[in-house]
Design a binder for this molecule. Structure first.
Ligand code: SF4
Ligand code: SF4
Length: 341
């Protein structure tokens, strides 16, 4: 990793210069929140946006896409041509989520559909200041030195521009006149002061120490039944979560025409049909069972399979659940702490 500087007034010119690297996606205002959208007018990018409603995952495995088509002669790949894309504005929590997704889709089994999109994607991270829903400090995902091609740390009238990959280096080489190679001792002091200020801004203090063991011991906790009474099975918590990758595969056949296509669509472990198998048996008929699956998977099973929990403290589920069931309230409940929600 290498650091240079870029003046804020040069950012739009920089984004213009890296156009050949792909369509630019960034956070833009939508109602009272933010969405990740394709951007052509750079002034629409919300530099202070903390979390987009739906995270970056929609660009790496869209909510619905065609895997392949088939007819009586066999199967052929989808006609869709995948564009190159640059995702701008991912904060450290989402960059950790991206690394989790990369691992999930490649460590034990390589998902070619994910890999194809991922290889066409460049990532530009952006520093942030936490609000009252951020708990990335508790999940140790509030900083990152990897997962990005470029990363911007906002230090007032300029950014430190961290170069995290050879692709990022190529982007900077497109416009060397826009960056300043000289990072001074003054800049270092500003950076350290910025870190201290940011650290002190974390208000939501959670302790995730030992959660896998607590989850193991909580398998028969009455909490699951209590939460199951409230849960609406709406799936909002999984849809907004940047580390939830579940999907369903559906064949759509034109009966009589001899053609069809296989599609992949987002699914949610909170939906009743998720665990239903042929013959109508459902392994997780009760909402309490589905809740237990979701949280056990995130805070325990994922640690065993991938070495870390599948929660990066982004706070999206805290805002999304209409009945206040989220990773914060569940973890506090299981640890016998006062629940503030
Ligand atoms: S569980 Fe909630 S806080 Fe954790 S990564 Fe998912 S949406 Fe973010
Ligand atoms: S968002 Fe809340 S109510 Fe909806 S499925 Fe998730 S836990 Fe249940």
């Amino acid at each position: 990793m290498r650091a240079v500087k870029i003046k804020k007034e040069n950012l739009f010119d920089f984004l213009e210069a890296i156009k050949p690297f792909g369509d630019l996606w960034g956070p833009v205002k939508s109602g009272d929140g933010y969405v990740l959208e394709k951007v052509t007018d750079y002034s629409n990018i919300e530099m202070s946006a903390l979390r987009t409603r739906i995270p970056f995952k929609k660009l790496l495995f869209p909510p619905k896409f065609t895997m392949f088509k088939f007819d009586e002669k066999g199967i052929r790949s989808s006609d869709e041509e995948l564009p190159r894309q640059v995702i701008f504005g991912l904060h450290p929590c989402d960059l950790h989520a991206l690394l989790i997704m990369d691992n999930f889709h490649s460590l034990h089994y390589v998902d070619p559909y994910y890999r194809e999109r991922r290889e066409r994607t460049a990532v530009i991270g952006l520093s942030c200041f936490p609000d009252d829903r951020c708990f990335c400090k508790a999940t140790n995902t509030h900083y990152t030195e990897k997962g990005f091609d470029l990363f911007l740390t906002d230090l007032g009238d300029f950014y430190i521009l961290w170069i995290g990959s050879s692709l990022g280096d190529d982007m900077v080489r497109e416009c060397p006149e826009l960056v300043d190679e000289e990072v001074t001792h003054d800049d270092l002091e500003k950076y350290i002061a910025w870190r201290k200020k940011r650290e002190s801004n974390f208000k939501l203090k959670l302790d995730f120490t030992g959660m896998p063991s607590i989850m193991e011991l909580s398998y028969d906790s009455p909490l699951w039944d209590e939460l199951g009474e409230k849960c609406l099975s709406c799936g909002a918590c999984t849809i907004v979560c940047p580390t939830c990758p579940c999907f369903n595969v559906i064949d759509e056949v034109d009966i009589g025409g001899g053609t069809g296509e296989r599609t992949r669509r987002w699914d949610s472990c909170m939906f009743r049909e998720y665990s239903m198998v042929a013959g109508g048996h459902n392994f997780r008929e009760a909402r309490s069972e589905r809740l237990k699956l979701r949280f056990t998977h995130k805070l325990q099973a994922f640690v065993g399979a991938f070495g870390e929990a599948a929660c990066v403290g982004c706070g999206r589920c805290i805002g999304a659940c209409p009945v206040d069931i989220d990773i914060q309230t569940v973890a506090q409940n299981l640890k016998g702490e006062e629940v503030k929600a």
